[in-house]
Design a protein around this ligand. Structure first.
Ligand code: HEM
Length: 360
């Protein structure tokens, strides 16, 4: 114990740790009937940590070439001790992380936490969700199996619709005009270097803002939060968050062990695409909407109009902190409250309908 005290003293003399200790000692989290929503950001963070650690383990054996990728993943799941489990956890955790990020986004949205002074937290959050989906899209191709190959072909085809720069964007993503080994190498680079670096930086920014500003209390709950005592961040909130992480781990372990992630068959670029090819679930609402549109609307390609509408919708969502001017007495505006429910119902509705095979 004395040795620990001495070590602390030595570090404190050099780094002046006192202000940090004071900050941690005084940091509190408000309590009210919607305090449960404060746990989703942390849960997303937990899944991100799982992604980084299992991703590093997979990297020890994975080979990013069209010739060897599929075989290297096959080797991981059949020969490497616990390799199947690590791969299964990585794939399941990717999905749970995106699910949890969506839950986090909608919960902060409905609490109106994007309002001044938290605009930057919202904007960095939207960017983080985009990066998380980029992780999913780039990682999907890496096993180089039939499904991922053709889904990537369909997915990257979409960017060619972008006016003026579409052709260039397509080549940039694919490393040529077709999905080949060059695309795989590129996606691998995005997946293990570019996206992790950007995510780490943005996440650091997101978390620093939250530390600086503290948790937001919705206007309608301010009275209640004043009446109820806030809880200390260390150790009370951290221990509760720890329980949430354990629940996340339990769900992850059960899914990964009982439903091991499948590998399928090796991609054959010259083979024909299997029927009913679909992207990952978090792109389904976009995919199904685009499929519903007629080939041409007023002489313009239907899919182009659809993509334009999604881009405009995404921009409105991004700009919500500026567009929502709130209500005179405080609290967020009604219009945006209703808009949030419409967006949520649309995403959930289309995703489930797609799973149920409503769209043929
Ligand atoms: C990789 C993804 C993300 C991680 C790891 C993450 C992490 C966190 C954490 C730990 C918190 C504090 C606890 C909480 O309120 O839950 C938080 C707060 C917040 N996040 Fe995120 N977040 C992510 C994505 C997002 C997204 C997609 C949005 C919205 C578009 C967002 C917007 C916010 C806002 C506005 C707050 C402040 C909430 C408040 O003050 O009450 N975040 N985030």
């Amino acid at each position: 114990m004395r040795a620990l005290d001495k070590l602390w003293q030595a570090l404190d003399e050099r780094l002046e740790l006192d202000p940090i200790v004071e900050f941690i000692r005084h940091k509190v989290v408000p309590t009210h009937r919607h305090s449960w929503a404060y746990y989703f950001g942390g849960l997303t963070l937990f899944f991100f940590f799982v992604q980084v650690s299992t991703g590093i383990l997979l990297l020890l054996y994975y080979r990013p070439t069209a010739e060897a990728a599929f075989e290297s993943v096959q080797f991981i799941v059949t020969r490497v001790p616990f390799g199947w489990l690590v791969r299964s956890i990585h794939s399941w955790s990717a999905n749970l992380m995106i699910l949890s990020a969506f839950a986090h986004m909608f919960s902060v949205y409905f609490m109106g936490s994007y309002a001044k002074p938290r605009e930057l937290t919202w904007w960095s959050g939207v960017a983080l969700l985009g990066l998380a989906m980029g992780f999913g899209f780039s990682g999907y191709l890496l096993p180089w199996n039939t499904l991922s190959f053709f889904a990537t072909r369909v997915g990257t085809d979409m960017v060619s619709l972008v006016p003026f720069v579409g052709g260039w964007l397509l080549k940039f993503l694919r490393g040529g005009s077709e999905v080949t080994g060059a695309t795989l190498t590129r996606f691998f680079g995005f997946h293990v270097a570019v996206l992790p670096m950007l995510t780490t930086l943005l996440l650091g920014f997101h978390l620093a803002l939250i530390q600086r500003q503290g948790m937001h209390v919705p206007a309608s709950l301010e009275e209640e939060a004043k009446r109820r005592k806030p809880i200390r961040f260390v150790p009370n909130f951290m221990m509760r968050e720890g329980v949430v992480w354990l629940l996340g781990l339990a769900a992850l372990a059960a899914l990964a062990a009982f439903f091991p992630w499948e590998l399928g068959t090796k991609a054959d670029p010259f083979g024909s695409a299997p029927a009913g090819i679909k992207p990952e679930w978090y792109f389904l609402f976009v995919f199904e909407t685009l499929k519903l549109l007629p080939a041409h609307i007023f002489g313009i390609e239907g899919e182009l109009i659809g993509l334009g509408a999604f881009a405009a919708g995404g921009l409105v969502w991004f700009l919500v902190p500026i567009l929502d001017r709130g209500r005179p007495g405080g609290g967020r505006g009604r219009t945006f409250f209703v808009l949030g429910w419409l967006v949520l119902a649309y995403i959930v509705g289309f995703t489930f309908a797609s799973f149920a095979g409503v769209f043929k």
